[in-house]
Design a protein around this ligand. Structure first.
Ligand SMILES: [Mn+2]
Length: 336
């Protein structure tokens, strides 16, 4: 039997290992071989449930500028083959603490956004009902709304920690309420987010007007600007983030993490739909995410990877590493 096939097939129930099934062993099967799953993890249908499911959602019908994020999930998976099992920065093996599996791609209607949002909400609800936290690979940022609907349905309003160049709290665009620039306004209006603990990090670039920022504050968000990394330093940013997520009484609570890859400077992530100069480095982003150890992360997404504009897998690799750090945080929070 071909070793790859052998590795992937678990036919006999009694042969199932009690410990989590990790990625395919790279000492036996070179990394450029399959499977085409995130980090070469098993598929969700190959394991008896997973603590964390990595779900691809190839959807970009909500974009306002460059299209292409529908090809994001496959690209991030392809760029994730070099991820190794041990994360020294957090001293954790994210795939050994609990079962992590790739739930494949969700088929959503590319022509009917409202129907697509319903499909996403139903699938996130189903996966969470089966006991999995969900890490979504987008897809454009419109997806954050149905995901938050599913999360808030059983957790109540959650803090949203949103990494992005843009606020994504605009009202409508060409009269359309559901676009990649509006998910967090809709989520706030629908009562899905904790208004005392939510935050954008990495904001920069021109706005339509100053009122964009005032409206955003009313919707429940504080802002850490991209420039704050330069002016105040990483540790100051992390301290402000953790204080905000802890809330006014310091008690904390559930946090949903949404990462638009355009939070990175185009030098670090050129393959995205609405790039803005002056962004953070991938090192700053990874380090900020690592500071979420001990925070109650209930789900996350990495969105807006648009491979047609990527070069040398820069954006795909950055997104894969962001996802890996998020998975490492989830594992550390279990292991602690
Ligand atoms: Mn966004």
């Amino acid at each position: 039997m071909h070793p790859l096939r052998e590795d992937l097939s678990v036919s006999d129930e009694s042969q199932r290992p009690s410990r989590p099934r990790g990625p395919v062993d790279a000492s036996r099967i070179p990394r450029y071989c399959g499977p085409e799953t995130f980090a070469r993890l098993p598929r969700l249908d190959e394991v008896d449930g997973a603590a964390v499911a990595v779900l691809g959602i190839p959807f970009d019908s909500g974009v306002s500028y460059r299209p292409g994020a529908r090809f994001g999930p496959g690209h991030v998976r392809a760029s994730s083959k070099l991820l190794r099992p041990y994360n020294p920065a957090l001293d954790v093996s994210p795939f050994a603490v609990h079962q992590v599996a790739d739930a494949g791609d969700l088929a959503v209607n590319p022509f009917d956004i409202v129907e697509a949002l319903g499909t996403v909400e139903a699938e996130i609800t189903r996966l969470r009902g089966a006991g999995s936290k969900v890490l979504t690979l987008g897809g454009d940022h419109t997806l954050a709304l149905p995901i938050l609907r599913a999360v808030a349905a059983d957790q109540g309003p959650v803090a949203v920690l949103h990494f992005d160049a843009h606020l994504d709290t605009w009202d409508t665009y060409f009269g359309a309420p559901f676009t990649h620039g509006t998910p967090f306004r809709r989520a706030s209006e629908e009562g899905l987010i904790d208004l005392e603990r939510s935050m954008h990090i990495g904001i920069r670039g021109p706005l339509y007007g100053e009122e964009d920022l005032t409206a955003d504050g009313v919707l429940g968000f504080q802002v850490i600007r991209s420039d704050d990394y330069e002016n105040d330093g990483l540790n100051s940013v992390i301290e402000r983030m953790r204080r905000r997520l802890a809330g006014p009484d310091g008690a904390g609570g559930p946090v949903y993490v949404s990462v638009d890859i355009d939070v990175l400077d185009p030098a670090h992530a050129p393959g995205t739909g609405t790039p803005e100069a002056g962004g953070m480095t991938s090192r700053e982003l990874l380090n900020t995410i690592r500071a979420l150890v001990g925070v109650e992360v209930v789900g996350a997404d990495v969105v807006e990877v648009a491979p047609p504009y990527d070069h040398a897998e820069l954006t795909g690799i950055a997104a894969a590493h962001v996802a890996y750090e998020l998975l490492s945080v989830l594992a550390r929070n279990v292991a602690a």
